[in-house]
Each structure stands twice: as structure tokens, then as C-alpha cells.
Design a protein around this ligand. Structure first.
Ligand code: UDP
Length: 410
């Protein structure tokens, strides 16, 4: 046993809610599993366990990661109220699991509603939280959730210089922040994406060639669902008219998701000869599809993060990614209000060559994170201190002050 009297062996818990956070957390899980100084436990919740969203927990098992707890925490309905009830359900179930696992540290990723329940539960139970990917800016409710988790977290692992600066601007302690880069870049920059024939054959219509197809991935914008549904319909119309081969991914579980699926069905996308659809593509294959696409379209963070590293042209629709740092490869179409406008964006972007950009990572995030985790004090106080800017002393009344003034006047 490598534990020392000062610092016990770390019980590290990593919780994953969906495929989007899993692609970032999986490399941390694998490194922690292989580390003899760490006892890893993994909690799986949210839409990982739902068939409509690809039953993505299966990929965790395939990766050789043992799941300690599976929690069904999604209240179906795919509307705003269902998201709130899902947070509530997760918070009813999590304390039992956290009491059993007794982690010194819990790692939470990102900006989804399930992550908020994890962070709130752990903070209330005095469990140190490491939040991955804080300090970024985007649209929809995600932005507010991400910053709320920042406030609840004791430590931060962020991806860009600007994210680091924003965490400081949010009064977080510089000593509690690690600028590591995006963990998915560790895999992305070490994958040979040129050997793509089998993956293209699997996920796209017949006779597709590299750089002569599109990847479409669009999610609801929860702060303006009706507008985002309209935009989704216009994107599909533009793609139908553009006439190239397309893989369309079903949207995530956010409010509005079911209506989007209905729009896809109404337009016959699932049976159209130029289209294929998928609930989820395993990350290794997803990377190859993005790297070799003639263009990616929609509002997924993958268009900003992964596609940038490959220089893949991207059309980013609407407000979901507003404020995120991007490479040259992204063309924004913020007011995607006509099919014509989206088609013009497709004409500009399709098969265009862009240099790769590495804003989000250099491929060495994991060793940095492991070193950071080992440097944490896991036995001391869990009280968080915020670092506020200098300000004038506050006005407060104290009986001593009143007595002093009275005796001065006497
Ligand atoms: N992803 C994946 N397979 C897919 C779609 C997405 O592995 O079929 C991963 C990929 O790492 C991507 C991340 O999930 O960057 C986020 O994708 P998504 O669009 O679902 O979520 P967002 O981050 O935009 O909320």
C-alpha cells in the first residue's frame, strides 16, 4: 500500500451523465484506473442509460471501466419541467451512493443539468469537486449551469487561456485552477484519421468518398426552443437541396429533442437515399468522420473543439455556441432564418481547406491532470475561499463602535 500517514490513498469518484462528457472523462478514468495511488469509482447516470440516446453506458463497459453505480435519473418528457425533475431525481439518489463510496474527490464535467445535481450534492456533502471545462462561454441554459458549477467546485481543470482568465474573473483562486487543455485532444491528436474507408462505409450512404459528405449534429436551444426547432427544419431543407451525402445524428435529451426527432421523420430523413441517421457514434469513429468530412453543420461543441483540430469546415447555426473560442474553420450563421442563407453558407464552406487550430489542447492534458490530482490536499478543510477583488471596507455596526463614539463625545 502506497498510502502515507499524512495523505491516505485517494478515493476518486468520476461521474458521467452522457456521451458528451464521457468522451472528455474517459481518458481520466483510464489513467486513474491504471494509477496505483488512486482508488477509482465510477457513477453512471442520465441519458447513458436510455436507449433513445444510444444506451451509451455500453461503451464505458467496452472500454474496460467498472461501473460502481448506475442511476436512472431522467424524467422523460423532454421539456423544461422534465429537466428540473431529472435534477431532483438525481439529487434524491446521489447521497446514498456518495455516502457508500465516500470519495475524497469527485470529478464533474461541463454544463449539463445532470452535472449540476452532482456538483450540488457533492458540495453539500463536503466532497471536494474538480470541475472539468469551466470558464468557457456558450449559449442556452448550459452557460448558466457551467458557471454555477464553477461556484460549487473547489478545483478547476480548464482548456484555454481565456477560460482560465474567466475563472479568475469569477473570483476563483488561481492555486485551485489547472490549465490542462481538453482531454479529448489527447486521443484526437494521436489518432490516424486517414484510414477511414471502413468507418465511412459503416455510417454513410453507399459509395461515399472522403471529404465529400457532411456531418449534421444539432441540439435544441433550451432558452428558445421554438426558434431552434425552426432552425433545425431549415437546416434539413438546406441539406436536402444541397444534395450531398449526410450523416445526421439525433439530438441530445434537452427540452425540444422529441419535436426535433419528429421534424426529421416528417421530412423523411431516415429513409432518404442520401442520408443516414444515428443515435450515437463511438468516439473513435466519430473522430474519423469529423476529420474526413467536407463540412460539419449544426450547433454541437464538436464543431468548435474536435473539428478545429482537423481544420474541418464548420457551419455553426444559431446561439448555442455563442462566445466559444473557435479556429478559422467556423462560419457562424447566427440568424439561420432562411434555407437560402444556410445553403449559401454550405456553398462557401463545403470542401474548403483550413489550417488546424489547437486552441483547446495540445494532447498532453492527462499527465497534467494526474499530477494536479495528486497534489490536492484530501484531508484538510473543504471550506472554499473566493478571491474577491480589493474593495472598500463594508459598513457594519458594532456596539463597541457606538460606545467609542459616545465616549469620544463625552
Ligand atoms: N460524440 C461522440 N459521438 C457522437 C456524438 C458526439 O463521441 O456520435 C462526443 C464528441 O466528443 C463530441 C461530444 O460527444 O465532442 C459532444 O457532442 P454533443 O454534440 O452531443 O454535445 P455538446 O457538447 O454540443 O453539448
Amino acid at each position: 500500500d502506497v498510502a502515507t500517514p499524512q495523505q491516505p490513498r485517494m478515493r476518486l469518484c468520476i461521474a458521467t451523465c452522457n456521451r458528451a462528457d464521457y468522451s472528455k472523462l474517459a481518458p481520466i478514468m483510464l489513467a486513474a484506473k491504471a494509477d496505483e495511488d488512486i482508488d477509482l469509482s465510477v457513477i453512471v447516470l442520465g441519458c447513458h442509460l436510455i436507449d433513445d440516446y444510444g444506451s451509451t453506458y455500453r461503451y464505458i463497459e467496452q472500454d474496460g471501466i467498472d461501473i460502481d453505480s448506475r442511476l436512472h435519473t431522467i424524467v422523460r418528457g423532454e421539456d423544461e419541467a422534465a429537466m428540473v425533475e431529472s435534477i431532483g431525481l438525481a439529487m434524491v439518489k446521489l447521497p446514498d451512493v456518495l455516502l457508500r463510496l465516500e470519495p475524497h474527490v469527485l470529478i464533474v464535467h461541463g454544463d449539463r443539468f445532470d452535472a449540476l445535481s452532482l456538483a450540488a450534492s457533492a458540495a453539500l456533502m463536503n466532497i471536494r469537486i474538480v470541475h472539468v471545462e469551466g470558464g468557457e462561454i456558450s449559449g442556452t441554459i448550459d452557460d448558466m449551469i457551467r458557471h454555477s458549477i464553477t461556484k460549487l467546485a473547489h478545483y478547476h481543470v480548464c482548456c484555454t487561456e481565456r477560460a482560465h482568465s474567466r475563472l479568475l474573473a469569477m473570483c476563483e483562486d488561481n492555486n485551485a485552477i489547472l490549465l490542462a487543455g481538453c482531454t479529448s485532444y489527447d486521443k484526437l491528436l494521436n489518432t490516424d484519421t486517414t484510414n477511414c474507408t471502413a468507418v465511412l462505409e459503416k455510417w454513410l450512404p453507399k459509395d461515399v468518398q472522403p471529404h465529400d459528405y457532411l456531418v449534421a449534429l444539432q441540439h435544441p436551444v433550451t432558452t428558445n426552443i421554438s426558434k431552434s426547432l425552426k432552425m433545425f427544419g431549415l437546416m434539413l431543407d438546406a441539406l436536402l437541396e444541397f444534395g450531398k451525402k449526410v450523416i445526421v445524428l439525433f439530438p441530445n435529451i434537452d427540452a425540444g429533442s422529441k419535436e426535433m426527432t419528429r421534424i426529421m421523420r416528417q421530412k423523411g430523413i431516415e429513409h432518404h437515399p442520401s442520408f443516414k441517421t444515428a443515435k450515437h457514434i463511438p468516439f473513435d469513429e466519430f473522430l474519423i468522420l469529423v476529420a474526413n468530412a467536407g463540412c460539419m453543420i449544426g450547433n454541437s461543441s464538436a464543431g468548435i473543439r474536435e473539428a478545429g483540430a482537423f481544420g474541418t469546415p464548420v457551419i455553426n447555426l444559431g446561439s448555442r455556441q455563442t462566445g466559444r473560442e473557435t479556429g478559422e474553420n467556423v462560419l457562424h450563421c447566427r440568424e439561420a432564418d432562411t434555407t437560402e442563407k444556410i445553403k449559401q453558407a454550405l456553398e462557401i464552406q463545403y470542401q474548403k481547406q483550413y489550417p488546424p487550430s489547437y486552441i483547446y489542447g495540445d494532447g498532453h492534458a492527462i499527465p497534467r491532470i494526474m499530477k494536479f490530482l495528486k497534489s490536492l490536499d484530501i484531508t484538510g478543510e473543504t471550506q472554499k475561499q473566493f478571491v474577491f477583488p480589493p474593495m472598500r471596507p463594508s459598513h457594519h455596526r458594532d456596539i463597541d463602535h457606538i460606545l467609542e463614539r459616545q465616549s469620544a463625545l463625552a
